[in-house]
Design a protein around this ligand. Structure first.
Ligand code: XMP
Length: 512
């Protein structure tokens, strides 16, 4: 195991991904509980993440002393580098030249970290994001790479196996970064990649049995990959003690609920209850336009429905959710208060205290693409594994402005036509996620001989590896023209279609 101590960088999760890609297991632990995490995980190597904080601030976090007393290899990234320097006797100063984005480093000396990757004297693109910089390095370290604004771009104490980089090897904008991280965990720490999905499946199944015992579990099934995989895994562990519940909140895609029920009943012998709660959800959301209120209302109602169903089933002590690792790892905060919430995902944040249920979250340690591999391992049909993600709050967050039944219906139809065109063009699998958004704006048009005054529909399609960053999909214009024409012709209430060409960041994938 590799222990990643999180100082709150926005990209800490990517360190974990890169390490897992080498087949080596790792966990991210917030700096506040890193000492406890160290004892629990008994790691063989430690990585210190970046941070929005400055080591120059009073009270800014440090790595626990055990990191340096353990004799283990340590890699510090950005803030991680600066705190290593502070803690081992170097100095850090506020930089006169802040560096954000692409930079180039020159390789000054050989270093085990880029052994076989970067020869001495070569120059490489890396991604920097820092204000402070190291100005004097601790005893025993030497400079092995430099950049124009960071003379200590990479420093190393080979004897102790301490490495510290100013740049971020975990992001794709450092093209060789993954190789550096692989060198650290494989060559320097000597770890072997035996983290496979078959092993994970076994581990998860026995963990579920241990947690649940002979009690009952209810599992919210949305038809998405995550909840489907969670359900299969739990079913494998406890069979009939599991009941799945598909809550139709009236915010699903066209025919979605029926399709999911059909596929589950065809392929699996899992108890499945289909609850039509659309009136309850839509009544609560009618007229609501604030994105966070929409999300919170939906999250609350989901819990209400689950609670009522659990009562009916009787003896259900556990609620299962397909929560993923990126949902779990929130940026750590320095003020003791909550970290910046961009959006509240309804499936995180735990259960209300009044509810006498515990959560079962067998995918908590996995990234989305790992869930897909696990789904394959469990025999989930490809058509399900390859499905685009669909957010819990559904169409509600694709209908900016006040929600009405009529608008949801228009959106549902437009979305169905759009997806149909994508499938016909053979593009579905090339896209991470595609959907229509109904804008709360009406514009003038002319159809036949008459004036129209109807809504604008925005189309979104993105490519992504993990949902954390994304680029808009580069359709050819013919495709967009075809989709727009069909939507306007077939969907009453829309007379104009636009395409969203925003990447993430600065946009998010969903509009709310
Ligand atoms: P954003 O919009 O934050 O979305 O770029 C990133 C990914 O997460 C999905 N998403 C959600 N999934 N519950 C979910 O289960 C939610 O509340 C939620 N909000 C966004 C989004 O569709 C995208 O794949």
């Amino acid at each position: 195991t590799v222990l990643i101590i999180d100082f709150g960088s926005q990209v800490t999760q990517l360190i974990a991904r890169r390490v897992r890609e080498t087949g080596i297991y790792c966990e991210i632990v917030p700096f506040q509980s890193s000492e406890e995490g160290f004892h629990r995980l008994k790691p063989k190597a430690i990585i210190l993440s970046g941070s929005p904080a400055s080591t120059l601030d009073i009270g800014s976090p440090r790595a626990p002393q055990i990191v340096f007393d353990s004799g283990l290899p340590v890699l510090g990234i950005c803030y991680g580098q600066q705190t290593i320097c502070e803690q081992l006797g170097g100095t850090v100063e506020a930089g006169h030249h802040r560096e954000f984005g692409r930079a180039f480093i020159e390789i000054a000396k050989e270093c085990a970290l880029y052994d076989g990757v970067w020869p001495v004297g070569s120059r490489h693109q890396v991604w920097m994001s820092h204000g402070d910089r190291v100005t004097a390095i601790p005893d025993g370290f030497e400079v092995v790479a430099t950049s124009a604004n960071a003379p200590f771009a990479c420093i190393a104490n080979e004897a102790k196996k301490y490495y510290a980089v100013q740049f971020h090897p975990e992001v794709v904008h450092t093209p060789d970064g993954a190789k550096l991280l692989a060198n650290f965990v494989q060559k320097i720490a000597g770890l072997k990649g035996d983290w496979t999905m078959a092993a994970y499946r076994e581990h998860a199944v026995s963990a579920i049995r241990k947690q649940v015992g002979d009690k009952r579990v209810i599992c919210g099934l949305s038809g998405g990959v995550d909840s489907s995989v969670a359900a299969l895994l739990i079913h494998e562990a406890i069979g009939d003690q599991l009941t799945c519940i598909l809550v139709d909140h009236g915010l699903m895609r066209k025919n979605e609920a029926a399709d999911v029920v059909k596929m589950f009943n065809e392929h699996y012998d899992i108890k499945l209850v289909h609850v039509d709660a659309s009136d309850m959800f839509i009544n609560a959301l009618e007229g609501e336009s604030d994105p966070e209120t929409k999300r919170k209302t939906i999250g609350r109602l989901f819990i209400d429905v689950f609670e009522a169903e659990a009562k009916k089933i009787g003896g259900a002590d556990f609620l299962a959710q397909g929560t993923l690792y990126p949902d779990v790892i929130e940026s750590v905060s320095f003020t003791g208060g909550p970290s910046v919430t961009i959006k509240s995902h309804h499936n995180v944040g735990g259960l209300p205290a009044r509810m006498n249920m515990q959560l079962v979250e067998p995918l908590r340690e996995l990234f989305k693409d790992e869930v897909r591999v696990l789904g394959k391992e469990l025999g989930l049909p490809d058509s399900f594994i390859g499905r685009h993600p669909f957010p819990g709050p559904g169409l509600a967050i694709r209908c900016p402005g006040g929600i009405t039944r009529e608008k949801l219906e228009i959106l549902r139809e437009a979305d169905a036509v759009y997806l149909d065109e994508i499938r016909k063009a053979g593009l579905y699998d090339a896209i991470w996620q595609a959907f229509a958004v109904l804008l709360p704006v009406q514009t003038v048009g002319v159809m036949g001989d008459g004036r129209t005054y109807e809504f604008v529909c925005a189309l979104r399609a993105v490519t992504s590896v993990d949902g954390m960053t994304a680029d808009f999909y580069h359709y050819d214009m013919e495709f967009l023209g075809r989709a727009a024409t069909r939507i306007i012709n077939e969907v009453r209430g829309i007379n104009r279609v636009v395409y969203d060409v925003t990447s993430k960041p600065p946009g998010t994938i969903e509009w709310e």
